[in-house]
Write a protein that binds this ligand. Structure first.
Ligand code: ADP
Ligand code: MG
Length: 250
């Protein structure tokens, strides 16, 4: 995996995948000639369960290496010479079952802020906004392990929002979630979109999230098809039992 940071900082922040082949043992999961994920993009990543959505996101996050191909990054502020300038931490991957620190909700929210250079008033205003967005006010003193699935996901997205990532990948962010949490998560994702965060959002089925997206990546038949046409909830309901719709529009 290669990393390139020699471009001026005005270059839009992006991750670029070239000639990627992913195999587990001898089985090809997917291949793709080219993918580009940049700041401002809002991409719906679709694919059946087991098609490789999580694996693709982990590759773009630098967490695993593809069998073949390169992942390049551009436009990020170069790290100081004494730090390894790897892909890690550039496109942030948010797991479907997010890892939370062993501590309270408040601890989880504020911990990430310690790594940022913020004035005390910026710090408290960001925390306040995150708490309001995720509606965590009544849960601040609760231990993270006591939260429901929806509350955990809200906390994880609020924590990510606080650190202002330029590229964020959300893996099935609203699956198995109550309607209230779904609405809040949608609003938080919309806020991230308004902030200009590049978003790659996976789901095995079209849902409310997809209405926010402007591009479509679809893993099918071991290939990643890219398109500027995002399927709507209605179109998918009409063609729920067949993949033909996608075959004709992408
Ligand atoms: N580390 C691994 N070793 C072997 N097979 C794996 C590994 N990680 C994922 N797989 C397999 O790759 C396929 C795709 O997994 P995944 O990326 O999680 O799919 P999706 O997120 O689309 O459901 C699955 O069949 C899964 O079992
Ligand atoms: Mg997955």
């Amino acid at each position: 995996m290669a990393s390139s940071n020699s471009l001026p900082t005005s270059t839009p922040v992006q991750i670029h995948a070239q000639n990627v082949l992913m195999k587990f043992q001898k089985n090809t999961l997917f291949r793709v000639d080219e993918l580009n994920f940049k700041q401002g993009d809002v991409i719906y990543l679709q694919g059946d369960n087991g098609s490789g959505k999580s694996t693709l996101m982990k590759i773009l996050a630098g967490l695993i290496k593809p069998t073949e191909g390169v992942i390049l990054d551009q436009g990020f502020t170069p790290k100081p010479w004494w730090q390894t300038d790897s892909l890690l931490g550039k496109a942030v991957y948010l797991h479907q079952h997010p890892y939370l620190f062993d501590g309270s909700v408040k601890y989880n929210l504020t911990y990430a802020l310690n790594q940022l250079k913020l004035t005390p008033s910026e710090r408290s205003s960001r925390i306040k906004q995150a708490i309001n967005m995720a509606q965590l006010n009544d849960l601040l003193s609760h231990h993270a392990s006591d939260l429901s699935g929806g509350e955990r996901q809200r906390l994880a997205i609020a924590r990510a929002w606080i650190t202002q990532p330029k590229l964020l990948m959300l893996d099935e962010p609203i699956s198995n979630m109550d309607k209230h949490s779904q609405r809040l998560v949608l609003a938080m994702i919309n806020q991230l979109k308004q902030d200009g965060t590049g978003l790659l959002i996976s789901s095995h089925q079209t849902c409310g999230l997809t209405a926010l997206c402007q591009q479509h990546w679809h893993i099918k038949q071991r290939t990643i098809h890219t398109s500027m046409h995002v399927p709507t909830v209605e179109t998918v309901h009409q063609t729920n039992t067949t993949e033909l719709h996608y075959g004709t529009t992408n």
